[in-house]
Design a protein around this ligand. Sequence first.
Ligand code: ADP
Ligand code: MG
Ligand code: ZN
Length: 477
Amino acid sequence: MSAVEYETVIGLEIHVQLATVTKMFCGCTLSFGDPPNTHTCPVCLGLPGALPVTNAEAIHYGLMMGMALGSELAPRSIFHRKNYFYPDSPKAYQISQYDEPLCLGGRLGDVRIHRVHLEEDAAKLVHIGASGRLHASDASVVDFNRCGTPLAEIVTEPDLRDATAAAEWLRMLRATLRSLGVSDVNMEEGSLRCDANISIRPVGNSELGTKTELKNMNSFRFIERGIRAEVARQTAIVREGGRVEQETLHFDPRTEAITSLRSKEEAHDYRYFPEPDLTPVAITQAMLDRAAAALPELPLARAERFERDLGLSPDAAHLLAFRTELGDYFEAAVAADGAQPQPLANWVSNELVPRIGADADPAESKVEPAALAKLVSMIDANAVTGAGARQVLDKLVAEGGDPAAIVEAEGLGAVGGADSLGPVVEAALAANPDVAEKLRGGDMKPIGVIVGYVMKETRGRADGKEITKLVRQQLGL
Ligand code: ADP
Ligand code: MG
Ligand code: ZN
């Protein structure tokens, strides 16, 4: 008897806070980190009689997103009331879109988009009292600044097959949204939030298994770990002959524990009905033209251009195109100097990024794009070795400045040519007679000892190929 193999199926629901100036249905400004309850009005506080008005800029951003994802843009869409009570939602309903959303279908990479709709965010509950147990003095208070923030909800088809792919795809979506400029897409601050719907099924089955929903994961790492933990949980249940129950779950990244928040709600639980206080959204040609004109080059297209026009490897092109700020920096460097794009790309991703931190924006570092380009050109021209250039870059990261001046001031220029390097190679061979003997006998393996000696003597300023050439010359090989 062979054990049944299971396949994972994942669909994502992503909430994106839109970076409009004002809220979705009122004139309050959006804020992050301002004192609580300083951006409120009768509409977003849900006071009786207050009337919402749809934010045209949010519709504009929604259209840009739909275009970027290749969705069909509904000529007419409407808002619904989604009724439920929660202390962060004073109206006891959320204005959302139901069966007539703004954008239908689409695709990003290998994943099909089911729909994109607009809605409003809830307020923020802040739990006071860090005791961990409930005390009479503990309380939850509400900050309404976030209430009514425009949200776009992007729903994918269940096309993802594992945790890594889900996180990878989400990175791609984030880069796309960032390049559109429609959101800050900051997961820690909650402007990008992701729910993962997860099921398993025997490999070869085309029917979907019962899914659970992991709510509100706020980092790429947690998403991967959360999905893995949930797949393990479901697999264990099924292998023991049990059945997965459809429910909404919370993943605690600290303990890896998965706990049930609620059994799955159905659409009819929400008593959706059309929002009577809002007019339908009717898309005009002018609105479509404006959204199309606002579209930037999207990351996928940019990656293709980097490969096609600049000859970058697919990996390098992808990395730079999907990290918008790295791509912008790289392009500025390419424009500044005649450095070769591929080595420049390598220096951006392998040398600069580790020095400034994986998530830092290089534009905010002290290293001007033109300075990095010049440094890479200097390596190409043998004016400085790779090892020397790394020292120059250390200095540039710390203080900024001009690489040629640093090379000059620090004496980091390449030591090349038989005149300056020859005596050092000679000394290296003299200091290691046994190695010299082996080399003479045709065993080139220990040449590293000589190269290491010369590099040490020249503080990394010699070129490895040049050293090898001189060794061969001096030994008459
Ligand atoms: P619901 O009505 O429960 O909200 P939807 O059909 O709207 O479910 O789908 C919500 C999300 O769950 C979508 O991203 C969809 O791709 C995903 N999904 C649906 N069924 C499954 C399943 N069996 N396994 C994994 N993901 C699923
Ligand atoms: Mg749903
Ligand atoms: Zn308001």
